[in-house]
Every structure is written in structure tokens, then in C-alpha cells.
Design a protein around this ligand. Structure first.
Ligand SMILES: [Zn+2]
Ligand SMILES: [Zn+2]
Ligand SMILES: [Zn+2]
Length: 149
């Protein structure tokens, strides 16, 4: 629960009231690390606090985005998903099925160093995305090609 406490503190320091509905949203966000979709957050937060409204979820996500704790990403047509804004985040995104593969190895360290030197810019986080076609979709494509021959 350390992460939840941290989120509560950040909001409180920024002058936001910690209401029970908001607390339920923070609880869900602190449990789920990555790729939070507002609908899923709503569903889970409602199991903690029935009757919690969609607006509370959106408003809380907006605040967390402003505070630099989460950041929205847009992949495919599924609307925004939220990821942690700190540190590095690395994705392989399939443009056929929208699947996102996360990988932890940072391939950007050298680039971050170079950019800092070149632009005198203090980089605090990054999101790296590579787009392409996943193995399952390629198999499907091959099968379809074979059929149409
Ligand atoms: Zn795919
Ligand atoms: Zn991710
Ligand atoms: Zn990285």
C-alpha cells in the first residue's frame, strides 16, 4: 500500500481533497501498474465503492496526469489508456490487432544521454514505441495469403 499512500500525499500536497470515491480510484490505480483503461478502473473502483461515478474516474485521471504521475497513451481505437509517467516505458505495438508488448530492457540510455548533451535538456522519463505486426497476426496473414492462392 506504499504506492497508494504516495498518490494520496501527492494529491493532498497539490491541494486536492481526498474524498472516499477518489480514494477508491487511487486504490485501483496503485494496485494495477500499467495500461489502465478508464472503464476497467471504473469497474474495479465500483467493487470498492458501489455507485462511484465515471466522472470521478476521469477527473482523478486528469489530476494524476497534470501532476505527472500517469500519462495517457492512444493505441488503436480503444481510447486512452494510462501508464505510469515515471521512468522509461517501452512498447511493441501491433498495428493489426492493437496488442501491446511491454519490454523492460532500456534501449534508450545512450540516446537520453546524447539528447541531454545536445539540447541541455533534463530528461525525466520516456515512452518508446515500435510499431509493426505481431507473430500471431503474421501467421494469420500468411494463412490468408495461402488460401487466396
Ligand atoms: Zn497482432
Ligand atoms: Zn506499457
Ligand atoms: Zn528506456
Amino acid at each position: 500500500m506504499r504506492r497508494k499512500q504516495m498518490l494520496v500525499e501527492r494529491l493532498r500536497c497539490a491541494g486536492y481533497k481526498i474524498t472516499p470515491p477518489r480514494l477508491a480510484v487511487l486504490e485501483v490505480i496503485s494496485q494495477e501498474g500499467e495500461h489502465l483503461n478508464p472503464n476497467e478502473i471504473l469497474g474495479r473502483a465500483q467493487t470498492i465503492r458501489p455507485g462511484l461515478g465515471r466522472a470521478t474516474v476521469y477527473r482523478t485521471l486528469e489530476i494524476l496526469t497534470q501532476l505527472g504521475i500517469v500519462r495517457p497513451i492512444y493505441v488503436g481505437e480503444s481510447g486512452p489508456m494510462y501508464i505510469r509517467a515515471e521512468g522509461g516505458h517501452h512498447h511493441l505495438v501491433c498495428s493489426e490487432c492493437g496488442r501491446i508488448i511491454d519490454f523492460d530492457e532500456c534501449v534508450a540510455e545512450e540516446m537520453v544521454h546524447d539528447l541531454r548533451e545536445r539540447f541541455d535538456f533534463e530528461i525525466t522519463s520516456h515512452l518508446l514505441e515500435f510499431y509493426g505486426v505481431c507473430a500471431a497476426c503474421r501467421k494469420l496473414q500468411e494463412a490468408n495469403e495461402f488460401k487466396s492462392r
